[in-house]
Design a protein around this ligand. Sequence first.
Ligand SMILES: [Zn+2]
Length: 147
Amino acid sequence: MPMTTREPPVKKVEEERVEVLLNAPFELDEDDSIEFILGRIEAGDIINVKIDADPENIYILTISMLDGKRNLLSTRVKGGSTLSYKVPLSCEASIMLKCSSWSGEPEGKLTVNIARSSRRASRCPRCGMPLEPGAKYCGFCGAKVAE
Ligand SMILES: [Zn+2]
């Protein structure tokens, strides 16, 4: 009788490292806005945004490409809330907080961190393309890659 062996389902847990991108106090009255540069974000990264502020205030939170070509996310959030957002594409990004409805304290703190898989292939420091594991030179632009 033929025997079939079945592998038990393996749950692949990718190691993640968390980087803090922003820890910024702000003071926003109604219709005020403030923008911060996040730098490079990669497809698949999870951005966690926490707005430590009066829950009476409503904010519009926008994550957009730094060149202004495209908004990745624009959503309404209450002070005191936290949201997680999965990045759909790699780009340079900024984050903007606008107070759309103000009835509490104007002060708050915006905290942004990013959960990034540490197993993701590294990237060429010159052209930003992904590198083959162990590569000494970039396969796209030929730049020498530091070990
Ligand atoms: Zn390159």
